[in-house]
Design a protein around this ligand. Structure first.
Ligand SMILES: *Cc1c(COP(=O)(O)O)cnc(C)c1O
Length: 386
């Protein structure tokens, strides 16, 4: 059996160990310290000093605190892109609020501005109250139609939380994702474009939000000589040791983006003559995806009957990991009672889509190995048809 090719693995550069060693040698083995300060600064500089950064122990924690700061309280509704990972949605429940799901549009696969508007209007009509926040996601690194989304949000004065967990380094109109929303979240989970093994960052152009987030992320301790609390807090800060990994990773982020984009281009060129395969694609030069994962759709009517599941099975047989696209949240048993607005664009994406191995550590030969399996599966079938 050839060695396994995974979907998305960590890719270290070697500098991480030096920053970790510094943390250990100086005994900053806690949730404050020089690596944390420097890592946050690195992120702020990378984003063009548009935002302040607070490093947390997960992207999910960043979304949770973000919604808390935006004023989401029990009984509220929060509009969320249905086509996403559950970590976008779960924090709505942590706050006792309820999600309202919105479909994707077919260009970016992200939140449909049209259905967002319909959803807001209908919720106001039904409940007499506007949603408390909007969660927009840049899925697989592809920027959402964020200016249209923000325009609608402004029209109703609803704050936007940008889930840029998968989109560090992606840009819309040359502006980096993570700087559009009132608050944004990025993830440094082990499978993301860069990692701290587990971690996240909360971003905002509003420094007051960051100050509040720091307070809530460290158990909401009031300014008093003893332990005094007027609010419920959380233990959400990143460790200074792990921030050391992040510092090393920030140094190679541009290289990692370049490589993921190169992998995406390779798949496209290897598979360009295969009928019935279409890739998630930047709709115009306004969109720059980090192509965290290369994602594609399979149309069995054009592949001669070969389905997404057939391809995943063939890849698995060759010891290659591929996965279906995210299953929409409105189809998840746990969220089945939540309102949903759309015409099932995201359902079709889910039914026919898969992600290919996209780790930046993959070699050109690895990519060729994956592409060969896909070519064989589809071409053999085309031959049988004749
Ligand atoms: C990874 C991810 C998150 C959560 O990040 P964690 O760091 O794993 O908590 C949130 N939203 C999306 C879309 C993600 O892919």
């Amino acid at each position: 059996m050839p060695p396994r090719i995974h979907l998305s693995l960590a890719h270290l550069c070697g500098k991480e160990i030096e920053y970790i060693r510094e943390a250990l040698n100086s005994n900053w083995v806690t949730t404050v310290g020089p690596n944390l300060n420097a890592f946050e600064k690195d992120i702020e500089v990378y984003l063009g000093n548009q935002s302040c950064a607070l490093a947390l122990n997960s992207g999910t924690a960043a979304i949770h605190l973000g919604l808390l700061l935006l004023g989401v309280t029990p009984g509220d509704e929060v509009v969320c892109q249905s086509f996403t990972y559950a970590a976008s949605t779960n924090p709505i429940y942590y706050l006792g609020a309820k999600p309202v799901f919105v479909d994707s549009e077919p260009n970016t696969w992200n939140m449909s501005p049209e259905h967002l508007q319909l959803a807001i209007e209908d919720r106001i009509g039904q409940t007499g109250k506007k949603p408390a926040a909007i969660i927009a996601v840049h899925l697989y690194g592809m920027p959402a139609k964020i200016d249209e989304i923000i325009k609608i949000a402004n029209q109703y004065q609803i704050p936007v939380l940008e889930d840029a967990a998968e989109a560090l380094g992606s840009m819309y109109k040359r502006i980096k994702c993570g700087t559009f929303g009132d608050i944004a979240a990025v993830s440094f989970n082990g499978n993301k474009i860069i990692t701290t093994s587990g971690g996240g960052v909360l971003l905002s152009g509003n420094e007051a939000y960051i100050k509040q987030a720091r307070f809530f992320s460290t158990q909401a301790r009031d300014a008093a000589p003893h332990y005094q609390h007027s609010h419920i807090g959380y233990n959400y800060r990143m460790s200074n040791v792990l921030a050391g990994i992040g510092r090393g990773q920030m140094e190679v982020l541009p290289l990692r983006i370049e490589r993921r984009r190169e992998i995406n281009r390779s798949y496209r060129s290897y598979l360009s003559d295969i009928k019935g395969i279409t890739f998630q694609t930047e709709p115009s030069p306004d969109f720059f995806s980090n192509y965290w994962l290369t994602a594609l759709l399979v149309d069995p009517a054009k592949t001669g009957g070969i389905t997404r599941d057939d391809l995943i099975t063939d890849l698995e047989t060759a010891n290659i990991e591929a996965r279906p696209l995210w299953k929409p949240m409105h189809l998840q048993p746990v969220f089945s009672d939540c309102p949903y607005y759309g015409n099932d664009t995201c359902t079709r994406l889910f039914e026919n889509g898969l992600c290919l191995p996209s780790s930046s550590i993959l070699t050109d030969d690895d990519i060729l190995r994956v592409a060969e399996i896909l070519r064989m599966a589809t071409l053999m079938c085309a031959r049988e048809e004749k």
